[in-house]
Design a protein around this ligand. Structure first.
Ligand code: SAM
Length: 476
């Protein structure tokens, strides 16, 4: 789009917003931020105080099934759309609406991006640059295409194509909000959309009904984990973008997408920034850990297990509710350590000697506190497992750091390197944490002091010893 087109479509969009009842503070402006690679963004042109309204949007100016479906197609296509999962229904709705010559939403569609860098648009070689990042398994392109074919193709829309569906669905993923249905209360803190994830933050104890919606203007805010200074509030009949801290003239007004690792930021929104590095995550798959424990695997031979023993112990991890398909390793912070309690408990059960395993199996004793599970042996095994995980990436952390110094890297390659490098940093941090484990090995198979059973240690009362690990997982 030419500069003039960009400017004129921004102006047409803003006039249309006023015409459909959106109130905008004279202290805000919609700015061209392409020179900073952020498309359009909302900026303060005068000082805002905390909790001031930046703009307010009547519900009739929000695009969703309730506001737009009655105007399109036949009754049967309307009921077909209603029956679809919310992200697919909104995709069908936007495709249908964009075919209408007199569409009320045309000035809005004109400012939505034609292309994004979300992972669904990456070529195979580009995806390969993400190496062993678990995000590669979460792109869901094939599944989305099956759904387009199954649900949207039968509507017979003139503009239907798989590529078009991806374009619209990706805009929804990056731009849509789940908003509470009218007459309920709540506060939005990020735009989350297409995967049925209702990331609504609300004071209300009751479960709220939300509707996936495109909220023009609210979706013109860019996001920043550190500089988040505004939030979409749905407490009143109109939706209001309110400041959550004072904003000085000249500052950009930012939303937040929540604690997303950069891999997910890339998958959903097609960009990354350093501010989200703190949320980077590495998944370690349970299957890969179990194969390291199998006879001939990579943990030390005296800790390997035959299939029967392994199965028995895995069943116990399931009974103790510490079994997962994979475990998230992250940067240590106020939320907790790098290595989650569930992973410690899982490995602890695989490493327990027969006597203590039998005691837990028969509920004579319980999983101990984290510090007791963090034994030296477990730490060493974890270091081995983490090194194996690191080896799954085709390059090392140091090689990635060197690569990032090269100029003229294509943008997608650079973003992929940053994501995989961030994950390797998480692994290194977890290796450090595991190396510091110093709990006694007395209950471990192959422990250094297997004879050192303390009298009366077995069968302690729950109140003295148990600190059953709690699920702390934060990401889907
Ligand atoms: C909700 S829209 C924000 C408005 C968008 N800038 C526009 O011009 O339409 C989300 C998209 O904006 C871009 N974006 C948001 N925050 C960003 C940031 N901090 N840096 C770069 N791009 C950002 C990404 O392309 C993302 O998919």
């Amino acid at each position: 789009m030419e500069v003039d087109d960009f400017q004129s479509s921004t102006e047409a969009f803003l006039s249309w917003q006023s015409a459909i009842g959106v109130w905008m503070s004279p202290k805000m402006a919609l700015k061209d931020l392409r020179s900073e690679s952020r498309g359009r963004g909302v900026v303060a042109i005068a000082d805002f105080e905390q909790d001031e309204v930046v703009f307010s949007i009547p519900r009739s100016a929000v695009l969703n099934i309730a506001t737009a479906l009655p105007d399109i197609g036949t009754e049967s296509s309307q009921s077909a759309i209603r029956a679809m999962p919310s992200w697919l229904a909104l995709t069908a709705l936007m495709l249908s609406e964009s075919l209408r010559k007199d569409s009320k939403w045309a000035p809005y569609f004109a400012v939505l991006p034609r292309e994004l860098d979300s992972l669904v648009f990456w070529s195979e070689p580009e995806i390969k640059e993400l190496q062993a990042s678990a995000v590669v398994t979460k792109i869901g392109k094939g599944t989305a295409e099956e759904m387009f074919t199954q649900h949207i193709a039968p509507l017979g829309l003139d503009n239907y194509s798989i590529e078009m569906c991806h374009r619209v669905a990706s805009v929804i993923m990056a731009y849509a909000f789940d908003i509470p249905e009218e007459k309920t209360t709540g506060t939005m803190d990020d735009n989350e959309g297409s995967e049925g994830g209702d990331d609504l933050v609300s004071d209300d104890e009751e479960e709220e009904k939300t509707v996936l919606s495109m909220v023009p203007l609210a979706d013109m805010l860019n996001a920043d984990a550190d500089r988040n200074n505004a939030r979409l509030c749905c407490d009143n009949e109109e939706l209001e973008m309110r400041t959550i801290k004072p904003i000085a003239a000249g500052e950009e007004i930012f939303n937040d997408y929540g604690p997303l690792p950069r891999s997910d930021l890339l998958r959903r929104y097609g960009y990354i920034t350093d501010q989200y590095a703190v949320y980077d995550v590495v998944e370690i798959s349970t299957e890969s850990m179990l194969s390291a424990f199998r006879t001939g695997g990579r943990v030390s031979p005296n800790l390997q297990l035959n299939s029967e023993d392994l199965e028995k112990r895995v069943e116990l991890t399931q009974r103790e509710d510490v079994y997962d398909q994979s475990y998230d390793i992250r940067h240590a912070g106020p939320e907790g350590p790098s290595i989650p309690d569930e992973l410690l408990a899982f490995l602890y059960i695989l490493l327990l000697d027969e006597e203590n395993l039998a005691a837990i199996s028969s509920s004579q004793s319980y999983l101990p506190s984290r510090s007791k599970m963090a034994t030296e042996t477990l730490g060493q095994v974890l270091v081995t497992l983490l090194r194996l995980r690191e080896e799954e990436y085709a390059t090392t952390l140091e090689e990635d750091e060197a690569l990032l110094k090269s100029e003229n890297l294509p943008n997608r390659t650079r973003m992929a390197i940053e994501v995989r490098l961030g994950e390797k940093k998480v692994i290194r941090e977890a290796i450090q944490e595991a190396s510091s484990f110093s709990g006694s090995n007395k209950r471990m198979r192959g422990g250094q002091n297997p004879e050192g059973q303390i009298p009366g240690e077995k069968g302690k009362r729950r109140s003295e010893e148990s600190s059953h690990p709690k699920k702390k997982r934060r990401f889907g």
